[in-house]
Each structure stands twice: as C-alpha cells, then as structure tokens.
Design a protein around this ligand. Structure first.
Ligand code: ADP
Length: 468
C-alpha cells in the first residue's frame, strides 16, 4: 500500500519529536530523581543525628528527662522535623514520648488538602516506620531512643511539594513540546508536499496533452525547484518534438504527393488516350518512381546509420590527410559552381576513429555547403588542436540559415524553407546523420549562421580520439 508523503512525513517528524522528548525527559527525570533521593537521604540522616545528639546532650547534662525544658525541647524538635520521638529506660519504661498526633494530623491534612493528589501523598509519605537506637553512658546502656516517621525518607510537606512541582513542570513541558512538535511536523510536511502535489497535477496535465502548462513550484527547497525546472524543460522538449513530428508528417505527405500526382496525371492521360506513351514521358514517370524509391531508401538509411553509429570500426589514420583526400574527390563538383575549397589544417594529426564515418560527416557537410552556396562563393575547412580537443570547422559564405530554422536543422527530416522550396533540396537527414556520427565519436557539433552571409559548422572531438 502506498502511503501519502504528507502522512509519512508528519508521522516520521512526530515520532522523532516524541522520541527525543521521551529520551530527554527520561534521562533528566532519572538524574533529578537520583539527586533528590540523595538529598532526602542526607536530610533524613541529618535529622536523626540531630535528634540523637540532642537526646545524648540532654541525657548527659540533666540526667533527667522529666525536666520540663528538655521535654519541651524534644517535643518541639519532633513537631518541627515531623518525627515521633520516644525514650525508654533499659527496663522498657517510657521516659518520654512526643506523641504521634502531629504526624497523623499531617497525614490527614495531606489527604484533605489534596484530594486529587491523594495517591501521590500516600505514596510520597509512605508507611510509618520506626528506628531504635541504644543510649549509652560510660559503656552502660542507659536507655533506648525510638524515632518514628512516615515513609522511607520522612518527607516533609516541602519535599513533597517540590517533587510535585517538578513532576508538573515535566508534564507541562512535555505536553507543550508535543503540541509544538505536532504543529511543526504538520507545517513542515505541508511545506514539502504542497509543491509536490502541485507538480504532480501539472505533470498529469502534460500527460493529457497540454504541453503549454509550466510548473511554478514556488518553493525554496532546492530539489523541488530543480524538479520543477526539469519538468518545464521536458515540456519544452516535448512541445518541440510535437512540432517536429507535425512538420515531418506534412513534409512527408508533400514529398509523397508530388511524384504520386505527376504519376497519376500521366497514367490518366495515357489511359484516356490524351497522351501518346512516348519514351520521354515514360522517362518522366520513371524519374518520379525514382524519387519515391530514394525517399523510402533515405528513411531506411537513417535507421540503419543510427544503428551503425553505435558500432564504430576504429582505426588509426591521419585526419588532415583524410580531409585533403575528400576535398580532392569533391573539388571537380565545386569547380563547376566556381567555389574554391580553402584548407587550413594542422599537419599530421593522428587519430583513432572510424574512417568511413568521418568521410560521411565531411561529405554531408561539404554537400550542404555546396548546395547552399551561390556560384563564386567560398568554402573553408579548418582543423585545429585545442585544449578541449580537436576542432573541425566548415564555413561557407552561402545563403545562411534563418534564426527560426537554426535550432532544428539537426533534427531528422527537418529542412529549411529555402531547401523545401528548391528542387535541389534534399531529404533533411544529412545533418541528422552528421550529428549521430559525431556524437558516436564522443564529439559535439554546433551551427552558427547569419542569413545571407553564410554558415559555420563547428565539430569538437574529445582529446581521446588522438592516437600515438
Ligand atoms: P537537406 O537534405 O535538406 O540539406 P540537411 O539535414 O543536410 O538536409 O540540412 C537540414 C537543413 O539545414 C537544410 O534543409 C537547410 O535548410 C539547412 N542547411 C544545412 N546546411 C546548410 C548550409 N551550409 N547553408 C545553409 N543552410 C543549410
């Protein structure tokens, strides 16, 4: 089962908050408790010692516990310290007893004044306990001192109050921390999930075909912002692809329609007897069939080439020599249009590349330069070695490429308007092939152009194409 991110985040945050609070309060409570018990134990010992020394003092000084002053003093101490004090002679006769009334009264008052905290009091005051101490003088037992109190430590009301306040403070701070933690978990989870929900909605809209929507996540979370930008980029790419697909379909239809219409009208004229089926007219029909065959062949070729690009047949050769060879082959054609090919090549550039594919790259680029350059123009090929790699430039001063066409010329079957309107225009796959082959060698290609002034194609191959 898929859990919504909001629930998952808020639960995780909240569990973390509860965990931290529990750990902190357990540790601090335990430490405070230990210190408090230590303090109580010391207090208790101090009280008992005080009573013992007082009794011994009175015993030594007055030898008579029946004296009123000592009786009062002991009774006062018993009430002050919440103790029961009793002194017996060795025979068991009670000399002195402070009485337990004040203790019982205190216990009762505790119940009454804190009905809600009754349990706490009973628990805090604890059971009644007594301790016996032998009173000795000159090595002889002179009596027994009995000290009674409630609870292990004989907690006073102040002690219990202190413990109570401490517990309450813990309870209040835990509750406040929990409420704060819950609020923060919800807030944080909302902050993270709201833009994601928005992005999902936009992605769904795109999926349904609306590629004009753009994500605006309005967030300061880096990753979500990046996701939003990536989605916009994706939408733009999809929009472009959609445009190219539409254009390809219309181009193809147009490309197919022209020869088919010619063929159809010729055939009709033959059938209707309007035209004599002369050799010349058959040749016209054959030419149209050729055009169709070439078109289908191009489609097939591109598919094959893209596959072949992945299987490079690398061999070491001199790239500048290879460029010279290709220009020599193409020179006669260029001469017809009176276009000189100027070379500016670094000498002896040994590379490890697929020779046939390099030939194909150069052939396609030079064919375009030839096609789109007027008579008497000029084409220049440059080969340089730079820090970033090997740079090959093919520059012409032909008709150039319009700003509108420039971003798409490397797309399959994309042809500039100029190319389409001209009979000489190709199928629009030459540059797509060049790009595939350049990238197969790890390189990059870019085109710059000023309409009417010419175009420059720059290929950058990485350093690793160089061979020793
Ligand atoms: P095509 O077969 O139409 O030449 P390409 O893929 O080789 O197909 O080129 C795509 C488009 O790029 C061409 O239709 C043309 O508009 C433009 N183009 C390519 N090279 C040049 C160039 N050297 N000068 C002007 N336009 C060019």
């Amino acid at each position: 089962m898929k859990v919504p991110l909001f629930r998952r985040l808020s639960i995780s945050f909240f569990v973390t908050v509860i965990g931290s609070i529990l750990i902190t309060s357990l540790i601090s409570n335990d430490m405070i408790d230990k210190r408090f018990n230590e303090y109580l134990s010391n207090e208790h010992k101090r009280k008992i010692t005080k009573v013992i020394s007082l009794v011994e003092e009175i015993f030594v000084q007055e030898m008579d516990l029946q004296s009123v002053a000592s009786y009062r003093e002991l009774a006062r101490v018993a009430i002050l310290e919440d103790l029961y004090i009793e002194i017996k002679n060795p025979e068991g006769k009670v000399f002195f007893s402070s009485g337990r009334e004040h203790l019982l009264h205190k216990k009762m008052m505790g119940h009454m004044s804190r009905p809600m905290m009754g349990m706490g009091w009973r628990k805090s005051l604890g059971q009644y306990m007594e301790e016996n101490y032998s009173l000795t003088k000159d090595g002889k037992t002179t009596g027994t001192l009995i000290i009674g109190y409630f609870g292990q430590w004989n907690l006073t009301e102040r002690d219990v109050g202190f413990k109570d306040t401490l517990n309450r403070a813990f309870l209040i701070s835990i509750t406040a921390a929990l409420i704060f933690g819950l609020m923060m978990s919800i807030l944080l989870s909302k902050q993270l999930t709201t833009p994601l929900i928005k992005l999902t909605g936009i992605a769904n809209e795109m999926r349904e075909g609306n590629l004009t929507v753009r994500a605006d996540a309005d967030t300061n979370t880096l990753e979500i912002d990046q996701l939003s930008k990536a989605m916009n980029h994706l939408a733009e790419t999809l929009q472009q692809q959609e445009m190219l697909r539409k254009r390809l379909t219309t181009d193809m239809a147009h490309e197919l329609r022209t020869p088919l219409t010619t063929l159809k009208s010729h055939m009709e004229a033959f059938i209707d007897g309007v035209w004599e089926p002369t050799e010349e007219r058959f040749a016209d029909c054959y030419e149209e069939v050729e055009r169709l065959t070439k078109l289908v062949g191009n489609l097939q070729n591109l598919a094959k080439l893209e596959q072949a690009a992945l299987q490079l047949n690398k061999e070491p050769f001199d790239l500048s020599q290879e460029i010279i060879k290709i220009t020599e082959v193409m020179e006669p054609q260029f001469r017809k249009k009176n276009i000189p090919i100027e070379l500016d090549l670094i000498q002896e550039l040994r590379v490890l590349m697929d020779r046939d594919k390099i030939k194909q790259i150069l052939f396609n680029l030079l064919s375009n330069a030839y096609k789109y350059t007027h008579e008497g123009g000029r084409v220049e090929i440059k080969l340089r070695k730079e820090d970033k790699g090997v740079v090959l430039t093919i520059k012409d001063n032909g008709i150039g490429i319009s700003e509108k066409d420039l971003p798409y010329i490397f797309e399959r079957f994309y042809r500039g308007d100029v190319s389409r309107s001209r009979e000489t225009g190709g199928a629009g796959i030459g540059l797509a092939i060049v790009k595939t082959l350049v990238e197969a060698h790890g390189g990059k290609i870019k085109a710059e152009s000023t309409p009417g002034m010419g175009s420059t194609f720059t290929i950058t191959f990485p350093q690793n194409i160089l061979s020793a």
